[in-house]
Design a protein around this ligand. Structure first.
Ligand code: AMP
Length: 414
């Protein structure tokens, strides 16, 4: 029987009081399974999506283990390394580490692209116990001799399948090869494509395998609708939806960076507080946009797939697919931005005739038929082609997550 309270893991009082302050009363299923194994120092392969509480599942035991043995020396060496595919996810993980360590004397920092080297080097020279970073910048800093991995005891690879999609696999492999052989390795991934399985076989030792398929898949908790519409009428439909869903915060997904900017500008002209996040925005711009959205100062966040994946913003009532995603699995990630933490949510896809094939890919993957209306709300029967003709990589019917298009190495996605 897995533990039902955090006390049962034997965490120290500072950690327990911090969990209580955050209202974490009960561990989530992945936490119940991963924390005891991680505390024992076991390697872990976790098949889990965001929203399952996986960040705490790997940060809490890591913090607890490091806190047991805090070096007396002033100059700290990196003992835990957490690698994440995107800057936003890295920032989110680092925030979680900070939230759990206000009363634990461990130091942490984050190194990601798009931020000045100077500041990051300064933090590292000061000495940290926990380092969170993205693969590209990590490799840069290792090459420059600023990051020393010789004392790493625990390494965590989060969203491994997304790292593969972005083209970070060679960077990850290089990093793993630089780490001490005696170490704990945890790898989390929403899907398990064969490249990730191979990485696991080559770099983990006798790992505990943990799989958390949400009781009711997020997609099932979300009310999904399709509006059949011409491409040119989509902007007007967004304005109508903003009225219909008054008071709700909304994420609008576009296929391209240019499309995201266009929608954001059109909304801003109509005095709607909107921000866009995509790969052409600087780290600071993305952070500012996300924080403003989290605080509720921005009502509409317009985003491309890679920029928004894994981003956890509670209280998003509506997700709109302005463009249908080219890869069906992105649909699951997109709509999963609503209905966080067991809440309900609505996902509306604006589908033009040209996009019917992509809608078909989504329906086949989820094995559902999404009800469709015209712009007046009248039900319509759509003629869905048998296939969009787009290659759908890493399709996993049951897990409902992961996948995506491969991108060249070093690309920051869109
Ligand atoms: P994650 O899957 O790590 O992105 O976590 C999803 C959300 O669940 C985050 O907002 C966490 O703060 C929250 N969360 C994680 N674990 C718990 C818990 N045991 N109790 C309550 N909330 C949690």
């Amino acid at each position: 029987m897995p533990p039902l309270t955090f006390d049962m893991f034997g965490f120290s009082q500072p950690i327990l009081s911090c969990l209580a302050a955050l209202n974490y009363s009960e561990p989530t299923p992945i936490q119940s399974k991963a924390i005891p194994a991680a505390l024992e120092g076991r390697d872990i392969v976790g098949l889990a999506q965001t929203g399952t509480g996986k960040t705490a599942a790997f940060t809490l035991p890591t913090i607890a283990r490091l806190a047991e043995d805090i070096p007396k020396t002033k100059k700290r060496k990196i003992r835990a390394l957490i690698v994440s595919p995107t800057r936003e996810l890295a920032a989110q993980i680092h925030d979680t580490v900070k939230r759990f360590t206000p009363k634990v004397p461990l130091r942490s920092t984050i190194i990601v692209g798009g931020v000045s080297y100077h500041k990051q080097k300064h933090a590292l020279q000061h000495g940290v116990d926990i380092l969170v970073g993205t693969p590209g910048r990590l490799i840069d800093m290792i090459d420059q001799g600023v990051v020393d991995l010789s004392e790493v005891e625990t390494v965590i690879l989060d969203e491994a399948d997304q790292m593969l999609d972005i083209g970070f696999l060679p960077a990850i492999t290089s990093i793993l090869e630089l780490l001490p052989k005696e170490r704990q390795t945890m790898l989390f991934s929403a899907t398990m494509p064969k490249e990730i399985r191979k990485l696991t076989n080559n770099h983990l030792t006798n790992p505990v395998e943990i799989s958390v398929i949400p009781e009711k898949r997020t997609a099932d908790r979300i009310e999904q609708k399709v509006i059949s519409i011409g491409q040119k009428a989509k902007m007007e439909a967004i304005s109508d939806l903003l009225l219909e869903y008054e008071g709700e915060q909304i994420i609008v997904f576009t296929r391209t960076k240019h499309g995201a900017d266009k929608v954001q500008k059109r909304l801003s002209v109509s005095d709607i507080r909107a921000a866009a996040i995509h790969g052409n925005k600087s780290h600071n711009q993305r952070e500012r946009a996300l924080n403003s959205f989290r605080r509720g100062n921005t009502r509409v966040l317009v985003a491309t797939d890679i920029a928004a994946r894994g981003i956890d913003v509670p209280g998003v009532g509506l997700v709109v697919n302005y463009d249908m995603p080219e890869v069906a699995e992105s649909y699951v990630h997109r709509i999963g931005r609503t209905a966080r933490a067991g809440e309900s949510g609505v996902a509306i896809s604006l589908v033009s005739t040209e996009e019917l094939g992509l809608l078909g890919d989504v329906q086949r993957m989820l094995n559902i038929s999404i009800p469709a209306t015209d712009t007046n709300g009248e039900p319509v029967e759509l003629e869905i082609p048998r296939s969009s003709g787009k290659k759908q990589p890493f399709r996993r019917r049951k897990s409902g997550g992961g996948g995506g298009q491969r991108r060249p190495r070093g690309s920051d996605g869109n």
